[in-house]
Design a protein around this ligand. Structure first.
Ligand code: FS2
Ligand code: SF4
Length: 545
């Protein structure tokens, strides 16, 4: 196997024996094959569009879900990948029939199994020949993978928007065209241009999800969220899918079962639509990587709606359920009945037999500072900047992770001068959202916009400030970007910020292993991308001291 798509990749170079995340070599090669077949299908759908034919929403959704399923920590169930590969081949087979100019299709687009022979054996054989390292040139490989990881991140956001009935043909067409272009012999310059274009469409994807979320559930508003527990049996919901949460909340009404959020589901509390459920108690625990201890002490069933899954301990594996793109062998998967609500009754009945969660924390945390709420406070914020009460904003969005080196972000938040404000989104917030860093004239020093996709809000806030202060360039604002990354959704956030013209973004705790030295050089020279060093020196650097 060879996988280097996340920040925790072995030795900062690549997982070759077993994934640090728990991905086995067999799972890795089936994920490689699924990406390969999906590229082939994308070439076919792109050809069909070019010939003026329509591509159905089902095919778009299949491609989106295939990408999402291969995101770090989303799905560890080998069988799901065999099934998805077979389903994708079947769809590709039928669509190829509709292509007029079939002679120009690539080897990847036309590759298929022999239906008269054992399918799994053929898939196993093929899967060992389609990995990342088949691209020999390290710069081309680096750019292709950078683009593919951006598309994987985008697919997550599209999937959530799709679940709420929002879609966009231009975004689907772009994603598929771009996937298919990673099969072509594009030059480094062409791939760099495609990378930026991916960032542009990344902004569109995040805007679509923002529209889907806020239209369906209202605009996030300032909210205090309890981190303690009540004395009822309960279900813990993790991941990012608000639709799943909504369905679970509806189905738990009157059952005596409470619902808590975990990790990236915390921002659900900020939406007005969820406030009417009095069994929606609060947030339990911290970022994804602490789940082994926290799922144990929760006592009740856990529903994983997306990543990030840590391979569960046997002590609570039977209490862990998955749905959507998430999956784990041995955990019950709740399927979607087409066009109908998901049926969570099994989890609810399970919860009733469990003891209430064990209290691990008490108190409250505050959040809900997405664009609409911050813009409602704009006068206050602008005044604070004008009077010098706020000297600088630090965008510290992104992901949390296991590495000890990430304590840098806690230390960094603690060491920031008191006249600075942290703008955060994503699970990175758990490194400093319980530090009680105080406020500046009533504005909390940590403003949480929401999930990783709500980084879009942070970009909108920056653009608004640029307008208010009548600046030509977003980089003239008193905003620094010190972003923590882990998986591929952070990649699309990064590419989107680059597209919006943000310079001097610092990425940590390490730069991506998939960036070759030459590609890193391009990013440093054109965008001022940098890594992190130590808290003291970095704060001086950011403050221009
Ligand atoms: Fe955190 Fe994991 Fe949000 Fe990432 S819970 S690292 O999926 O997308 O952020
Ligand atoms: Fe390794 Fe990350 Fe890939 Fe898992 S997702 S195999 S940890 S690089």
């Amino acid at each position: 196997m060879f996988c280097f798509q996340c920040q925790e990749t072995a030795g900062c170079t690549g997982c070759t024996k077993f994934g640090v995340c728990g991905k086995s070599p067999d799972l890795a090669r089936m994920q490689d094959l699924l990406i390969y077949i999906t590229k082939g299908l994308s070439e076919v759908t792109t050809k069909l569009r070019n010939e003026g034919k329509l591509v159905s929403g089902d095919v778009n959704n299949l491609i989106t879900l295939n990408l999402f399923t291969t995101i770090t920590n989303a799905n560890f169930d080998d069988k799901i990948f065999y099934d998805r590969v077979k389903m994708t081949l079947q769809v590709k087979r039928s669509l190829i029939e509709q292509v007029e100019n079939r002679g120009c299709l690539s080897e990847t687009a036309i590759w298929d199994v022999d239906l008269s022979k054992d399918l799994d054996i053929q898939l196993d054989q093929k899967s060992t020949t389609v990995g990342i390292l088949t691209t020999k040139d390290e710069d081309i490989r680096s750019l292709r993978e950078l683009i593919i990881y951006g598309l994987k991140g985008m697919s997550a956001y599209m999937k959530h928007a799709n679940a709420l009935g929002f879609d966009n043909e231009n975004i689907n067409a772009f994603m598929q065209d771009t996937l298919s272009k990673t099969l072509e012999n594009l030059s480094v310059d062409e791939l760099v241009a495609l990378t930026l274009e991916t960032g542009k469409v990344g902004v569109d994807g995040m805007a679509l999800l923002d529209e889907a979320n806020t239209t369906t559930y209202g605009h996030p508003e300032v909210t205090s969220v309890s981190i303690g527990v009540r004395n009822n049996p309960a279900i813990l919901v993790s991941g990012h899918d608000l639709k799943d949460l909504e369905q679970l909340l509806k189905q738990t009404q009157g059952t005596g079962v409470d619902v808590y959020t975990h990790s990236e589901m915390l921002p659900a509390h900020y939406y007005p639509a969820f406030k009417k459920y009095d069994n929606f108690v609060g947030n339990y625990g911290n970022a994804w990587w602490k789940q082994k201890e926290e799922f144990e002490s929760f006592n009740g069933p856990i529903l994983m709606t997306t990543n990030c899954i840590v391979p569960p301990k046997d002590t609570y594996k039977d209490r862990m359920y998955t749905t959507g793109a998430a999956g784990y062998v041995g955990c019950t998967h709740i399927d979607e009945e087409s066009g109908e609500e998901k049926d969570f009754s099994q989890i609810i009945e399970h919860a009733k037999k469990c003891t209430p969660p064990m209290e691990i924390e008490t108190g409250e945390i505050i959040g809900g500072f997405a664009h609409n709420q911050v813009l409602a406070l704009a006068d206050k914020v602008v005044d604070a900047v004008k009077t010098g009460a706020i000297k600088k904003f630090f965008v510290m969005a992104g992901c949390d992770g296991r590495a000890k080196s990430r304590n840098y972000y806690t230390d960094f938040a603690k060491a920031l001068p008191k006249d600075t404000v942290i703008l955060t989104a994503g699970c990175a917030k758990y490194k400093y959202n319980k530090l009680n860093l105080g406020d500046i004239g009533g504005i909390p020093r940590v403003l949480d916009a929401g999930q990783c996709n709500d980084s879009y809000s942070l970009a909108l806030i920056a653009l608004k400030l640029k307008e208010v202060f009548e600046l030509q360039d977003i980089n003239e604002l008193p905003i620094a970007f010190n972003i923590a990354w882990y998986e591929q959704k952070a990649v699309i956030v990064l590419l989107s910020l680059l597209y919006l013209g943000v310079k001097n973004i610092h990425l940590g705790p390490t730069l991506p292993a998939f960036l070759s030295p030459n590609v890193t050089k391009v990013l440093v020279e054109n965008f001022g991308i940098g890594g992190i060093t130590n808290v003291e020196d970095d704060i001086k650097m950011f403050l221009g001291e």
